[in-house]
Design a protein around this ligand. Structure first.
Ligand code: SAH
Ligand code: SF4
Length: 333
């Protein structure tokens, strides 16, 4: 888009690169501030292009844990959110890939919304640039990006990968590929495609159950891609990439933390490159509840005893509804 606008104005190609660098490295949000360009060109571009795709509506900052959740509005009026988790050594941005989600997981606020539309790569990159703008005055920068906000990234494969490549571009934002992770609910063709992408991007698969009967209920996509198909794709992925594969598991008290799930998970998660991340459910007003700390620890211990490599992940933003889709839904109510 930048190239086309610059070319249509009869300007040389290097001007497009200057605009791109001003946006991705200089974090400039206004053509008027692009001082490397002639004033006349700044005005002409401002008439044709918007340097930012998302505008900030509201930000909530967590009292604990350094999470900061921002709600944005797209040019066509959709609400999108991103979370910045700034820890002492890491600053991770959790990016949304769609407005809503078609998968409709039983416990997820984004799923309840249904799918409104895919986000463009520019809209995904903008979520990261906005976080970088928050960090830069403190001399910090974004160290990691996870595509784990609203939406199923492999239902929006091309734009998600275009966003990852743009973030990785050494002449642009310049984030290492190994610092970028994509989470899927188990879209098998997406996992196979992703295995053939240039190396070092990370993959996470949201599991939430070890048996098809339970996963059919929690992740409706399981009826299309059941566990055997998902794990066959995971095996192909690790065989091809030799990369570690993370499985996400939102623990729902008394639902998916039972002994039969431990047995089923142990039977599937034996590969040395597999690792299970347990996340305590953030309550979103549905029928599920968050496990008590003791119950979560007991589940982790049982998995450990059964030979599953697993870790309990903290969720720093639970006091600001930083789980998937929550802030957006509150505003819709
Ligand atoms: N659609 C993709 C990526 C976005 S969801 C996927 O499902 O993997 C990112 C993660 O947030 C998923 O593991 C999802 O299960 C989790 N999640 C959704 N709602 C949650 C909630 N209320 N509490 C905790 N985690 C939640
Ligand atoms: Fe969609 Fe992921 Fe939420 Fe499931 S958990 S509804 S796949 S965003």
């Amino acid at each position: 888009m930048i190239e086309e606008a610059v070319a249509s104005l009869g300007e040389p190609r290097y001007r497009a690169r200057q605009v791109y660098e001003a946006i991705t490295r200089g974090l400039v949000t206004d053509f008027a501030a692009m001082t490397s360009l002639p004033v006349r060109l700044r005005a002409a571009l401002a008439e044709r292009l918007e340097p930012v795709a998302l505008h900030e509506v509201e930000t909530r900052v967590s009292r604990r844990g350094g999470a900061r959740k921002t709600l944005f509005v797209t040019a066509d009026g959709h609400l999108v959110e991103a979370v910045l988790m700034a820890l002492p050594r890491r600053a991770t941005v959790c990016v949304s890939s769609q407005v809503g989600c078609a998968v409709g997981c039983a416990f997820c606020a984004s799923g309840r919304l249904g799918l409104r539309r895919d986000l463009t790569a520019e809209e995904m990159v903008d979520q990261v640039l906005a976080a970088e703008r928050v960090l830069r005055p403190d001399g910090r920068r974004v160290t990691n990006v996870v595509v784990m906000g609203m939406g199923e990234p492999f239902h929006n494969y091309d734009e998600t990968l275009r966003a990852c490549r743009a973030l990785n571009d050494p002449e642009g934002f310049g984030l290492a590929a190994r610092a970028i992770s994509i989470s899927t609910a188990g879209v098998v063709p997406g996992i196979d495609r992703f295995a053939r992408e240039p190396p070092q991007l990370n993959l996470a698969v949201s599991l939430h159950a070890g048996t098809d009967s339970l996963r059919d209920r929690l992740v409706p996509l399981n009826r299309r891609f059941p566990l055997d198909a998902v794990f066959a794709a995971c095996a192909r992925y690790v065989a091809r990439t030799r990369r570690k594969l993370l499985f996400e598991y939102v623990v729902l008290a008394g639902v998916n933390d039972t002994p039969d799930q431990v047995r089923a998970l142990a039977a599937r998660l034996g590969h040395r490159l597999y690792h299970l991340n347990l996340i305590a459910y953030n309550e979103t007003g549905g029928p599920f509840s968050r496990p008590r700390p003791g119950a979560l620890e007991a589940f982790r211990g049982a998995l450990d005893a059964a030979g599953v490599r697993c870790t309990v992940r903290r969720s720093p933003g639970d006091d600001i509804e930083a789980a998937c889709g929550q802030l957006r839904n509150i505003r819709q109510d």
